[in-house]
Design a protein around this ligand. Structure first.
Ligand SMILES: CC(C)(COP(=O)(O)OP(=O)(O)OC[C@H]1O[C@@H](n2cnc3c(N)ncnc32)[C@H](O)[C@@H]1OP(=O)(O)O)[C@@H](O)C(=O)NCCC(=O)NCCS
Length: 174
């Protein structure tokens, strides 16, 4: 099985707002694709949700590591809804982007799509938000470079990520 990992893809355009991107932005997004094969599926040909979750975690961790350039661990995965099934033979495409940075944490958003390779029809399967924490050599949280988005869509994503972080702390305290 597997895969193709490409940095910040198509035609030098931002996945969020389609403007031309700068070389310095390459580390903020990755696209990974995986052909769905029988070992990923149940006897009816439906792909296991757990397999898709692993691919989401993998894609997000690549973005986090490329930003932090150190070991990262998954601290949390936000709510995950599967809108449509994925079947054997579909190409699973994961678009992962850095949404926001804290002091030691990073929120990564992942959009999951499935392409029916016979028809070319692309469906939105799921979206997820993951928080990764960068670790130093002693496995303690360590600082990450600040990320400053510079297009409207990315600024909106960062604001939403900050709201989710505030919500996490409110729930933790209550
Ligand atoms: C994630 C982990 C490193 C956090 O350690 P910690 O001692 O609680 O660290 P801190 O309290 O200093 O928090 C560090 C950062 O993580 C964030 N964080 C911690 N737990 C979080 C959670 N559940 N959800 C979202 N963010 C979280 C904090 O907000 C903080 O962010 P900031 O520095 O950007 O403000 C630790 O809980 C851990 O190692 N968990 C296991 C991770 C793991 O094994 N994952 C699966 C395999 S990769």
């Amino acid at each position: 099985m597997v895969a193709l990992t490409i940095d910040r893809l198509v035609n030098g355009q931002c996945n969020l707002c389609q403007r031309a991107f700068q070389m310095s932005e390459f580390k903020c997004q990755v696209l990974m694709s995986h052909m769905m094969l029988p070992p990923n599926a149940n006897p009816d040909g439906h792909i296991h949700g757990g397999d898709i979750m692993k691919y989401i975690d993998d894609a997000a961790s690549v973005v986090a590591m490329k930003h932090a350039r150190t070991t990262v661990v998954t601290a949390s995965i936000d709510r995950l809804d599967f809108h449509l099934p994925v079947y054997i033979g579909n190409l699973l495409v994961l678009k992962a982007s850095l949404n926001a940075t804290g002091r030691t944490s990073m929120e990564i958003g992942v959009r999951v799509e499935a392409e029916d390779l016979r028809t070319g029809v692309v469906s939105h399967i799921a979206s997820a938000y993951l928080t990764f924490v960068a670790l130093d050599d002693n496995k303690r949280p360590t600082g990450v470079p600040h990320y400053e988005p510079d297009c409207e869509a990315a600024i909106r994503r960062r604001r939403k990520a900050q709201e989710r972080k505030e919500c996490y702390f409110r729930n933790k305290e209550s």
